[in-house]
Design a protein around this ligand. Structure first.
Ligand SMILES: Nc1ncnc2c1ncn2[C@@H]1O[C@H](COP(=O)(O)OP(=O)(O)OP(=O)(O)O)[C@@H](O)[C@H]1O
Length: 242
């Protein structure tokens, strides 16, 4: 496998009951870059993330991971669309959930989790229970939990969808910085978000071959809203998504 690839999805087909979701989907994901995945509701974006994470099996086809990732025990962090916070754990304990589940007795874990809560603007809520938080606050806890994992592949399913515009902008910036050098796949319905963050923009559809590349960009991320990459491509991406 090419050294620059993190993983290679080859000829994946998947149906639920009589509904075909993927029919021969193939795509390569470039290592240490952000790939943003757009497409109409129900076309299979979350399903593709779940396939990559190993949480869903395809009917046929393969996903090949690079040698480097194969040798890493804990290599994929997955932030689902639903925040999946444990209601009986505090915000801090939710951020450290992975360490707890792995039975790690690392005294640095709580200071690392507290630092991440500070970064996502929730340090004053570290002892709160999830039920007392707003949807956007819960999403920020889930983001902190994802960043806590330090994994080489990070899969994020609409991670900023519940945030106000200013918080979304700030957390896009924070995530781009925090996840520099990781292989990130981000599902979004927001073309502007994709153009701010993506090195590669992919569009998924229900029609075979299911996936197409809208564009790839070399410029550094996050991009400012007035950067040519965004202004020049926004309208085209809207039309591409129709
Ligand atoms: N476990 C499952 N059993 C049956 N059908 C499923 C299952 N998981 C997903 N589907 C169906 O597969 C299709 C794709 O779902 P998926 O959640 O991947 O779409 P999506 O593109 O992420 O949608 P959205 O943008 O609305 O989040 C949908 O029609 C959904 O109903």
């Amino acid at each position: 496998m090419d050294q620059t690839l993190a993983l290679s999805i080859k000829n994946i087909s998947l149906s639920f009951a009589k509904t075909t979701i993927f029919d021969g989907l193939s795509v390569d994901l470039i290592a240490q870059q952000w790939t943003c995945l757009l497409g109409q509701s129900g076309c299979g974006k979350s399903t593709l993330l779940r396939l990559i994470a190993g949480l869903q099996q395809a009917d046929s086809g393969t996903i090949e991971y690079s040698e480097q990732l194969k040798s890493s025990i804990n290599n994929i962090a997955y932030m689902a669309q639903d925040d999946c916070l444990m209601p009986w754990l505090s915000v801090l304990d939710n951020v450290m959930l992975g360490a707890r589940l792995r039975g790690e007795k690392n005294t640095n874990a709580s200071s690392k989790a507290l630092a991440l809560l500070e970064v996502v603007g929730l340090s004053q809520h570290h002892a709160s229970m999830p039920a007392t938080l707003s949807g956007g606050q819960r999403q920020r806890v889930a983001l902190a939990r994802t960043l806590f994992e330090d994994c080489p592949i990070v899969l994020m399913d609409e991670p900023f969808s519940k945030l106000d515009a200013i918080s979304r902008y700030k957390l896009q910036n924070l995530s781009a910085k925090a996840l520099q050098g990781r292989t990130v796949v981000l599902v979004t319905h927001d073309p502007q978000e994709a153009l701010r963050l993506a090195h590669t923009v992919l569009v998924l559809s229900n029609k075979s071959p299911n996936i197409s590349q809208f564009a790839s960009f070399n410029s550094a991320i996050p991009r400012e809203l007035d950067q040519p990459t965004i202004t020049a491509h926004q309208q085209k991406l809207w039309e591409y998504l129709q």
